[in-house]
Design a protein around this ligand. Structure first.
Ligand code: ADP
Ligand code: MG
Length: 224
């Protein structure tokens, strides 16, 4: 079977004047459908960069990237954005909620990109509010929430379309231990139902929920 993700000699660098600074070096990896993969490594290793490339949010890199066998390296920005919308739920390290939309409206955004009737959208948003215990926050704006609450909304927003692939950058970094465990348990059960998950974490405990670890150091995969 085609892997969900296949990267071949993927590289990314920034150029300042004549100096090339590499952020990712000759990345070769595959992720099969249904895996729960953890990316670890020190700050600055390239973890967030790699996750945004896999999430189709960053299109400036070299090498080959196949998604379900389709060559992402040949795609235009629009096609990548389409894949993102169709298949991927992304939890950003810094939440990326929309400031002038309420919690309710933020959760509705990914649904509004899809061909889903308003009534069904409402019921999906209400399910998520309920599941994440944030019903009471639905009319508040992100800046009226604590960091942990914003993180919960960000996770709920990533899951609301039942994406095939969840990419999560330190998804529990700002949560209390119990909240963090609840999110990890939720990821685990989604994974058991077939969702592919790639998480970035510094926590050995969070990593233990997954089935494989990739270590990044200075842009290189150092072992598996
Ligand atoms: N716009 C940029 N210009 C130059 N270097 C950048 C830019 N954005 C990120 N980097 C560099 O890329 C490296 C990897 O960053 P990142 O992927 O965020 O690491 P991690 O998530 O592992 O902490 C860092 O050294 C960072 O300084
Ligand atoms: Mg990062």
């Amino acid at each position: 079977m085609e892997p969900l993700i296949k990267l071949r000699n993927l590289e990314k660098f920034y150029e300042t004047g004549f100096v090339k600074t590499f952020v990712l070096r000759r990345i070769n990896m595959q992720v099969a459908e249904g895996e729960f993969l953890t990316i670890m490594g020190p700050s600055g290793a390239g973890k967030s960069t790699l996750l945004s490339i896999i999430g189709m949010l960053d299109g400036i890199w070299e090498g080959d990237f196949f998604f379900l066998g389709h060559p992402v390296h040949n795609m235009k920005k629009r096609q990548r954005a389409e894949l993102h919308k169709q298949f991927i739920g992304f939890v950003f390290q810094s939440y990326h909620l929309i400031d002038d939309l309420t919690v309710y409206e933020n959760l509705d955004v990914p649904l509004s990109y899809k061909n889903i009737k308003k009534r069904e959208r409402d019921s999906l948003v209400c399910d998520m509010l309920d599941r994440f215990n944030i019903v009471g926050k639905k009319d508040l704006f992100p800046n009226q929430l604590s960091g942990g609450q914003q993180q919960l909304v960000a996770v709920a927003r990533a899951l609301i379309t039942s994406p095939k692939l969840i990419l999560a950058d330190e998804p529990t970094g700002n949560l209390h231990t119990t909240q963090g465990e609840e999110i990890m348990d939720l990821f685990k059960s989604l994974n058991e139902e077939g969702t592919t998950i790639i998480q970035v974490t510094h926590s050995e405990k969070n990593a233990s929920y997954g089935d494989r670890i990739i270590n990044l150091l200075d842009g290189w995969i150092v072992d598996e």
